[in-house]
Design a protein. Structure first.
Length: 213
């Protein structure tokens, strides 16, 4: 039986006294709102967000995430320039949020492997701004490189603004960055980029304890 997330709706993260684990139902429409996409059940009982113009998200309602971990299985496509898939977090509104996303078409491409995983903070620090100002700091390759047409497992941890990214249960993170946002908590969502579809399943969220003031 899956753990309910309802008690968290009226409790701020600052009140959490111990680690709590949640597995939100991806098919419960009451838990989610969708921005600029149409969700549907995938063939693997996950959720699929269709391709469309602009970025799209499926956001977990009334759920505040500050410190902890998020993990799930993700699937994009080996489609050059048209497969951007991952997570949005610290969501403050339609246009202000952080992302941790992947470009599957770069996973095994020798010329572009270092552009496989990407951190951004929208709207101020998009991928192109970060690549120009801080080359190689907010993106990296995946070792070993996953199959770009297959599922891969993603886990991110966020502790006191430090974000670490792990793929396919590798012991070492493929990317470690410090948050560029001045806000340290917000909602989370499944994210796809311009022209991209994505599939998601097995979402698990662990909230770490924070000090109570």
């Amino acid at each position: 039986m899956k753990k309910a997330i309802v008690p968290l709706v009226f409790v701020t993260l600052a009140q959490v006294a111990f680690a709590q684990e949640f597995t939100p139902n991806l098919h419960d429409h009451n838990l989610w709102y969708v921005q600029n996409r149409e969700p549907s059940k995938s063939t693997t009982n996950g959720i699929e967000l269709n391709a469309g113009e602009g970025d799209g998200m499926m956001v977990l309602k009334d759920f505040d995430f500050q410190d902890g971990s998020i993990e799930l299985d993700v699937k994009g496509e080996d489609k050059q320039g048209a497969s951007f898939v991952g997570l949005a977090f610290n969501i403050q509104g339609e246009y202000e949020y952080e992302t941790l996303y992947f470009r599957p078409f770069n996973f095994q491409n020798e010329a572009r492997r270092t552009h496989a995983v990407q951190y951004t903070y929208n709207p101020d620090y998009t991928w192109d701004v970060l690549r120009e100002k801080y080359p190689g700091k907010y993106e990296n390759s995946l070792e070993p490189a996953p199959d770009p047409n297959d599922w891969f497992h993603l886990r991110i941890t966020k502790i006191s603004g430090k974000i670490s990214v792990y793929v396919n249960n590798q012991p070492d993170p493929c990317l470690v960055v410090s948050s560029l946002s001045e806000r340290d908590n917000g909602m989370i969502g499944l994210w796809v980029g311009n022209g991209s579809m994505g599939e998601f399943k097995n979402l698990k969220i662990v909230l770490q304890p924070t000090s109570v003031n």
